[in-house]
Design a protein around this ligand. Structure first.
Ligand code: SF4
Length: 334
C-alpha cells in the first residue's frame, strides 16, 4: 500500500446481487451497517450484476432490479456524495482483472469452495465456468478498487481468505500491487422470514419489502407463522420460539418484555401481537418510504448516480489495471 493513498480508516468494498426491492432482512443484515461505515471509511458499494449471471435468475429483470435496489440504498441513507455507488459491469476492467487473476489461481482452490459445491448441487443443469470462477471475480471486485476493508459475517471469512490468497500469489509471482484486504467482522443478526424457519429471502417468499405499503406490511405480517404450540387464543405462548417476537426486538424494542410476559400468560393473542408488530414496522419505515417516493419521482436520478459512481470507480480501476499489467509485463513502453 502506498503511503497516503487511502483515507486514515481505509477503503471499504461491498457488493450485493441485484435482487430488486430490498426487504427488512437485507436492511437489518447489511444495509444499516453499510450506512454506518460511511462515517469512518471511504466506501464503494456495487450492484454485482455479473455475479447474478452465474445462476441466471431474473436475468430479464436485471435493469429493473438494479434500479429498485439502488432506490432502496439511497432511501436508507447511502450517500452518493460520500460513497461510490455503481454497477459492476459498468466498469469492465473488473472482467479484465478477473481474467488475469484466474491465471494465478489454482483450480483446486476453487473446486474446494463449499459454496461452489452447494451451487453445483442446486443447479446441476447449469454448472457453468463462471460458477467455479465466482471467487476469482469476487477477488477482482475487491482488489481492483484496492479495498483494504471488507465487511463480512463469520460465514464469509473463507471467501475473503481466498481473495487474500489470490493477491498473495499474484504478489509472489509479479510483485506487490494490492493491499491485503482485512475482514471487518460484523455480527449480522439472523433475520428469519415469515415462515419462522428460513432466513428472510425473496426466494422463499417469506419477506417484507422495505417499500411495501402499510397495508401490504400488515397483510404480510398477519400471514406469518408464530408459536406452533399455541393453537387457541387461551393457550399460553412461547415467545422465545416465535419469530414475530424476534421481530419485535427490532421494531418495538421497548415493549419486548411486556409482550413476552403477556404472551406467556395468554394475555395477548397472536392477532393483536402481529398488529402491534406491523404498526412498529410501519412507523419505523415511514421516513424511509417517504424518502424513497421522493427519489423515485426524479426519473433519471438513479441512473445519474450510477453513472457518476461508475466514473469514479473506473478512475481507480484503470490505475490498478495499469499497475497490474506493468507488473506482469503486458505494457509495451506506454
Ligand atoms: S402472542 Fe406474539 S409472541 Fe406470543 S406466540 Fe403469538 S405472535 Fe408470538
Amino acid at each position: 500500500m502506498r503511503q497516503g493513498e487511502f483515507k486514515p480508516k481505509g477503503r471499504v468494498f461491498s457488493g450485493a446481487r441485484p435482487t430488486g426491492k430490498q426487504h427488512i432482512g437485507n436492511y437489518l443484515g447489511a444495509l444499516q451497517n453499510w450506512v454506518k461505515l460511511q462515517d469512518e471509511y471511504e466506501c464503494i458499494y456495487c450492484a454485482v450484476d455479473i455475479h447474478a449471471l452465474t445462476t441466471m435468475e431474473d436475468v430479464g429483470r436485471l435493469k429493473e432490479n438494479i434500479r429498485e435496489m439502488v432506490l432502496d440504498w439511497l432511501a436508507v441513507g447511502l450517500d452518493p456524495e460520500r460513497s461510490i455507488l455503481f454497477v459492476q459491469s459498468w466498469v469492465p476492467e473488473v472482467m479484465e482483472l478477473h481474467t488475469l487473476l484466474s491465471m494465478v489461481t489454482p483450480l483446486g482452490w476453487l473446486l474446494r469452495v463449499p459454496t461452489f459445491k452447494e451451487k453445483a448441487r442446486r443447479q446441476p443443469e447449469n454448472v457453468n465456468y463462471g460458477l467455479v470462477g465466482y471467487p476469482v471475480l469476487m477477488a477482482a471486485d475487491i482488489l481492483l478498487y484496492k479495498a483494504d476493508t471488507v465487511p463480512v459475517g463469520e460465514d464469509q471469512l473463507p471467501h475473503l481468505e481466498l481473495t487474500r490468497e489470490i493477491a498473495r500469489r499474484f504478489h509472489n509471482l509479479f510483485g506487490p500491487v494490492f493491499p491485503l484486504p482485512e475482514a471487518k467482522l460484523t455480527s449480522y443478526p439472523l433475520v428469519l422470514g415469515l415462515d419462522g424457519v428460513n432466513k428472510m429471502s425473496k426466494s422463499y417468499n417469506n419477506h417484507i419489502e422495505l417499500a411495501a405499503s402499510p397495508e401490504e406490511t400488515l397483510q404480510r405480517v398477519m400471514s406469518a407463522f408464530t408459536d406452533p404450540a399455541r393453537r387457541y387464543r387461551s393457550d399460553p405462548g412461547h415467545p422465545d420460539i416465535c419469530n414475530i417476537y424476534r421481530l419485535h426486538h427490532f421494531f418495538n424494542p421497548e415493549r419486548t418484555s411486556e409482550i413476552a410476559e403477556e404472551c406467556r400468560k395468554a394475555g395477548i393473542g397472536c392477532v393483536e401481537c402481529k398488529k402491534l408488530l406491523a404498526q412498529g414496522i410501519n412507523q419505523a419505515l415511514a421516513p424511509f418510504r417517504e424518502r424513497r417516493a421522493q427519489i423515485a419521482a426524479r426519473s433519471e436520478y438513479v441512473e445519474e448516480i450510477l453513472n457518476e459512481g461508475a466514473r469514479r470507480a473506473q478512475a481507480i480501476a484503470r490505475e490498478t489495471i495499469r499497475e497490474v499489467k506493468e507488473r506482469i509485463g503486458l505494457l509495451w513502453g506506454t
